[in-house]
Design a binder for this molecule. Structure first.
Ligand SMILES: Cc1cc2nc3c(=O)[nH]c(=O)nc-3n(C[C@H](O)[C@H](O)[C@H](O)COP(=O)(O)OP(=O)(O)OC[C@H]3O[C@@H](n4cnc5c(N)ncnc54)[C@H](O)[C@@H]3O)c2cc1C
Length: 504
């Protein structure tokens, strides 16, 4: 049975952070907007569960606020969504090496003493920091740039693990230009990373002195009720425009508008929604499927963007069953450590004590990515067995976890392989044949939550401006009895985008 058709000025599909922020910016500007989402819960990857007095982050763990768009959003919701900054203890980071966890040196003193690098690697790092060759090709991989600048050992030990922690991916395939555009700008032209680093720090200090407000969400942050508090707040602002439990299955163009066919609540009830302006804030594979009949070329390119699959295990242990102090952020595992099947571990209640409770420790384990591409297909029992067996030694675990939560994320983190930005440009150019239809999401210009908020704010505000201009010109046309201008597509000209990929 098909139920009645409801019409909005604009519809956003997908209530992850990208879709929610776009919809909120439209709504705030006075646009009649609907937001369609498959799930009952909002936030897409941002998913928190409270259980037994613990806060379990099933997807992202924390955010790094880098842009005004995110700062302003946090100001807006501050009355209801309290931010919590990571503890001092959370600053210590560790690296797994041959069965032992070593603290990662943060300054030159620590670097000299660390057993994580050979004497030759330390010398190579120092000389490379003072003076090293800029890139000869336009799009080096992260691994190539890091090896050229800092030496093979640093690149393979530190950089590859950090990149795996951020993208769940392989630094030998990821594009420096697409993943870290600022570092790429430097790498093309400059000879001394050290001088550049000093310049960046000086500029940052100057900016902060000029505007101390930039410091108001400093460091890694979460929220008192966990990360999902932000999507939930955004959802509440949308009133009856928020339509969860709707899977958009197809999109049809008719007479200058779009009609979206949905299945409701997985029960097979059909519904349709219409709009003049449409934003697809769905992940690349879903966007590819929805666009197949309308823009097949764009759909094929979207389908070619690869994504890493991950599994997050939250394990709670009785404090007396954990021998390691677990004071710090956690540890990463370099790709060369073949005996360790997990990618990394966060000590959730050390970085954010409000996640835990007296007498219990929470261990958050990441599996999958290039280390174990099949991880999301493994059974719960197998995943638990692999994780607990691997961590028993390094964390000195006794007994079994008192709580286990396993969350699978198939094709969840887009991989910005070499050529990514060209692919994005081609997608946008192909889509521009569809009037007033836009795409947004972590597969375009930044995977971190900060990136998604920045991009969605920019799109939402630009689109709201277009809709308002269209309204004004339609009203003027009605008064003058002339046809309205602005009925076609407003060119989706983009300011050149920055990416601060900062998934921590
Ligand atoms: C395990 C993991 C850990 C991470 N850790 C961090 C971190 O610590 N810090 C950080 O900054 N970032 C982190 N990230 C990255 C960040 O969380 C994501 O990049 C970001 O949340 C993506 O948001 P999005 O809105 O673009 O997409 P999504 O969150 O994927 O949202 C897309 C939404 O579209 C909906 N949808 C799909 N198809 C349809 C359809 N047909 N009809 C209706 N709705 C549809 C989906 O249900 C979903 O809700 C992590 C990601 C993962 C997976």
């Amino acid at each position: 049975m098909t139920r009645s058709d409801r019409t909005f000025q604009a519809i956003v599909v997908g209530a992850g952070i990208s879709g929610l922020v776009t919809a909120w910016r439209l709504k705030k500007a006075g646009v009649d907007v609907g937001l369609l989402e498959i799930e009952k819960a909002l936030g897409g990857c941002m998913r928190t569960e409270k259980r037994d007095g613990l806060i379990l982050e099933k997807g992202p763990f924390n955010v790094l606020v880098r842009d005004d768009a995110f700062r302003n959003l946090l100001d807006e919701c501050a009355g209801e969504v309290a931010t919590v900054t990571a503890s001092e203890a959370g600053n210590a980071r560790f690296l797994y090496r041959k069965g032992v966890l070593h603290e990662v040196p943060m300054g030159p003193g620590g670097l000299i003493g660390t057993p994580l690098l050979s004497f030759g690697a330390k010398t190579r790092l120092l000389t490379g920091m003072l003076f090293s060759r800029p890139a000869r090709n336009d799009e080096p991989t992260i691994a190539e740039a890091a090896r050229r600048r800092l030496g093979a050992e640093v690149a393979d030990t530190f950089i590859s693990s950090i990149v795996a922690g951020v993208f769940g991916g392989d630094s030998r395939r990821l594009s420096l230009k697409a993943c870290f555009p600022k570092a790429w700008q430097f790498d093309r032209r400059k000879w001394s990373p050290l001088l550049y680093e000093m310049k960046v720090l000086r500029e940052k200090r100057r900016r902060l002195q000029a505007d101390p407000e930039l410091n108001r969400y400093r460091g890694l942050i979460s929220f008192r009720d966990g990360l999902q508090a932000l999507p939930d707040w955004l959802g509440r602002q949308l009133g009856d425009g928020l339509l969860p439990g709707r899977r958009v299955v197809s999109i049809e163009q008719y007479g200058g508008s779009y009609r979206l066919h949905c299945l409701r609540n997985g029960r097979g009830t059909e519904e349709t929604f219409s709009c003049r302006h449409l934003v697809l804030a769905t992940p690349a594979p879903a966007t590819s499927r929805l666009l197949q009949p309308l823009a097949p070329e764009a759909s094929d390119i979207l389908d070619s963007i690869q994504s890493a699959s991950l599994v997050v295990l939250n394990l709670a242990y009785r404090e007396e069953d954990v021998g390691h102090p677990m004071q710090g952020y956690g540890f990463l595992v370099p790709a060369s450590e073949g005996d360790m099947p997990v990618m990394g571990v966060l000590w959730a209640d050390s970085a954010f004590p409000h996640h835990g409770r007296e007498g219990t420790r929470i261990i958050r384990v990441f599996m999958g990515g290039p280390r174990d591409a099949q991880a999301t297909e493994r059974s719960d029992a197998e995943l638990l067995d692999i994780a607990t067996s691997a961590l028993r030694g390094p964390l000195q675990l006794a007994g079994e976890p008192s709580l286990v939560d396993i969350c699978r994320w198939p094709r969840a983190i887009p991989q910005y392989h070499v050529g990514h930005l060209d692919r994005v440009q081609r997608i946008e150019s192909e889509i521009s044949i569809l009037p007033r239809l836009y795409v947004i999401g972590s597969y375009l210009r930044g995977v971190s939550i900060n990136d998604c908020v920045r991009e969605a704010t920019e799109l939402g505000e630009r689109l709201a401006g277009d809709i308002m201009a269209e309204r004004t010109s339609a009203a003027a046309a009605r008064l003058n009895g002339t046809p309205a201008s602005g009925a076609g597509r407003q060119p989706a000209a983009r300011a050149s985008s920055r990416i601060d990929s900062s998934v921590a």
